[in-house]
Design a protein around this ligand. Sequence first.
Ligand code: JCF
Length: 679
Amino acid sequence: MTQISADIRQRLEDLRVALDDHNYHYYVLDDPQIPDAEYDRLFRELQALESRYPELASEESPTRRVGSSAETSFAEVTHRLPMLSLDNAFSEEELQDFDRRVRERLGTDVPVEYVCEPKLDGLAVSLHYEKGLLTCAATRGDGYTGEDITANIRTIPSVPLKLRGSDFPDLVEVRGEVYMPRAGFEKLNQGLAAQGEKTFVNPRNAAAGSLRQKKSTVTARRPLELCAYSMAVTDENQLPATHWDSLQRVRGWGFRINPEMRLAVGADACLEAYNDLMAKRDTLPYEIDGIVFKVNRLDLQQTLGFVSRAPRWAIAHKFPAQEELTTVEDVEFQVGRTGAVTPVARLKPVFVGGVTVSNATLHNMDEVRRLDVHIGDTVFIRRAGDVIPQVVKVVAEKRPAGAPEVTMPKHCPVCDSDIVQLEGEAVARCSGGLYCPAQRKEAIRHYASRKALDIEGLGDRLIEVLVDEGMVATVADLYRLTRFQVASLERMGDKSAGNLIAAIDRSRNPVLWRFLYALGIREVGEATAKSLASWFGTLEAIASADEEALQQVPDVGPIVAGHIRRFFDQAHNQETLQALQQAGVAWQTEQVVAADEQPLAGETWVLTGALSRMTRDQAKEKLEALGAKVAGSVSKKTACVVAGEAAGSKLAKAEQLGVPVLDEDGLLALLDQHGMGAE
Ligand code: JCF
């Protein structure tokens, strides 16, 4: 056996104590003492020492929180003291009744003091500590026997493996709720959904599913927390006088105690606590389903005793449910402002999470298939916090015979254009972008935007008003607006009306690429519009090109070609183009640069420094007309850097990487050579 120096033993012990402490500050007090990176360094140092000296291993080491991949079966454990459940109160009256019964049994008129605490929506667990070390953790089960889940519980960072301090009895049981905070739940479900897997209906089920894992490594990756709510010791001399004080002791041992916990004297004060907590419910980072009131004095608890499964000294006053069952009466399809077609479930109205819900989004067809929703199905609706209502589960057993499947329509329910869903994409879209009333405002906004036709003064608010007032339905209608009409709008002066009409007029003869870009064809950005324009020269040529011809253009692949083809195939889009022409919009034609005249096709160029005989934008357009892409930064892949006066770091970088450099004269010579010299 190797001799292990005292220094190493000491370092190992110091690391364990330090990591335990940081864990405690981070997970229990929510008050980290060191940055994550520093924690990771200490953790790795401890891991390294432990693997080097296996004889120094310890069950309580912070490194053991990662769990084990060995499969455990959950042995039965009998609770030394039964784990009771709580009676429920569903109304103010039921709470008043509870308080009256308590006082009657105690034979007192004096208002009783209660501890009020949020009722976390998780799972009750019992934790046994012997001489300060966690020895056994169990589920509630039926209240008398539960399952041994020690291996899984040990992975939860807010569960002390070792009690803090020294002020604890030899044998102590701490009870609490294991729960999954909202944020962790959302993240877990997003991950599951992304893999097409079944998601958890709510954080409670997620916590239960995570604790039931046979491999504790799986549990270790689930964001679970523990909040302690009571302690039980067999030695009654060790009990403080009140529940409140006993929880302060539990806190001192390193447990998280709910920070919302407070004291209330009498039923009215309890109701106030109920209302206060209810108002806070949506802002808490975890879900609660009510508030628990417990008689504070332990001697009074003793006097009150139990009925069957529940103590007479406690009650849970429930909040409105966040999940209810209802039926899907229909599924309709909504078209968003960018053309996304979304399935929406029309529901038999149901009161859930404090409001009446009659619609729930189904997001997209992948989600419809994942949930397997049919029309007529009974579904779980969940509305938690201020989140929009969700369909979280279908009750397959309740599906009526012949319940129709949900299918995506072939045509837009708003404008009847084709609906297109590309392979590998979750979202289906209406292809009537220029015409579809659902996409009107967005289409006009894009058409008028700076890089498109740059119609000054036609902002979002004005577009909103023009469309809502029925003055403009498609971009073609812009050109029929009169100054008088515009001036009649609220908060529009005659002068700004005149300016707008003039700006619209100025956009009547756009260069081809800008006009093409302005049409808002999916995935046809500025660069693609430029390539298409200089390749085909006219809009008519682009509109009649087949997908194969479109794909000859540098940068245009099968997907973009498909988008272009479909755009021009929609009758309504064609009508709008004709309407634009009739309204006097005449897009220009462009000098065609044939394939063999695109000498820079596939190359990336960079412009830097000041040019004297043309602007950078002009240089960029000319290079693009020759097929080059113009980028902003230099890399190994850059074909050439054009360096004007006072070029700086980009020039230096080019020289360092051995990228060819041209000065302004060199650029002009190149452009001349290809018939693109100064006009
Ligand atoms: O947070 C809870 N879900 C919770 C459950 C809190 C408590 O104080 C409880 C409980 C279940 C039983 N107390 C008992 C006695």
